[in-house]
Design a protein around this ligand. Sequence first.
Ligand code: KG4
Ligand code: ZN
Length: 338
Amino acid sequence: MLILGIETSCDDTAAAVVEDGLVVRSSIVASQDDIHSLYGGIVPELASRRHIEMIIPVVERSLKTAGVAIGDIDGVAVTQGPGLVGSILIGLSFAKSLSYSRGLPLTGVNHIEAHPMAAFLSEAGQGAKVPEFPFVALVVSGGHTTLLYFDSFTSYKVIGQTLDDAAGEAFDKVAKLLGLGYPGGGAIERVARTGEAAKVPLPRPLMSRGSLDFSFSGLKTAVLNVIKGRGALTEIDVSDIAAGFQEAAVDTLVQKAIWSIEATDARSLVLAGGVACNHRLRERLSEAASREGFRLSVPEARFCSDNGAMIAALGYHQIAMGALGNLDMNAIPTWEGF
Ligand code: KG4
Ligand code: ZN
């Protein structure tokens, strides 16, 4: 079954064609970083406008790259939330119109639930270390830091989440404080390579034993206080602070991941979301997996950040079980249903 996946929940316009929830025939992502970096963060109205311009070319390119025509597609999956409502409406209205005009089944996908599906994706011929059910997924992105327990593709529960900022948001805000631009996760990782984390001791919030919730706003404030205390920053200061922050954030994420495995019957962990691109986090989690004896699946970096393939993958399972969406154009999207 070939599913067209459409993702417009934030600042990337993305579409992909995926076969049977596993094989990626194409995955096209049009980034909007050029627009939002001018403002140091995402401007929702500008994001919606760019989605309107990009949605048709991105979908056309996803079909062309996959070597298929719209008549070959068996179903459409689209992000219905959570995210920026204006951005979501563009993808959702487009997907509804396409599915109505072509008589294709449509399903609405929860963006956070879709991120871990990236662990099942590969291009034809490549093998992937797919997770085994039940598994815990640590979804770490610009908008979310959530631990989810999955006992099947379409059945999950939230077992932990951030009480304030998301991990990626903290990376972005600290990068801004250090003058590293937006989005800042990759820049923090780059400068942290030459820094000494031990020179900048920072708090590890919410680390009481067993707690699966996260908090990053205190860590961000602690970084701000370190910066204020130093006056003009040298390049070495910037690297040390970035390294200290990254180590504190990674410590928390790794510890909660270990506790989530201990708290459930899952023996597989999936790392997903844009922050999963971070090599230090990947390295520390993989050491933890060998030490603690759980299976770790980390998707390819291009499927960690927002993409249409993860939406198509979850959409495939939803369509197969008959969970179809409402084509009513006036239905207000919520993340429970539309
Ligand atoms: O999943 P994603 O593409 O979009 C959302 O759903 O939010 O995640 C984007 C987030 C941004 O906050 C970005 O700074 C962060 O992922 N990110 C990273 C790295 N690459 C991207 N954070 C830490 N280290 C990285 N290498
Ligand atoms: Zn995301």
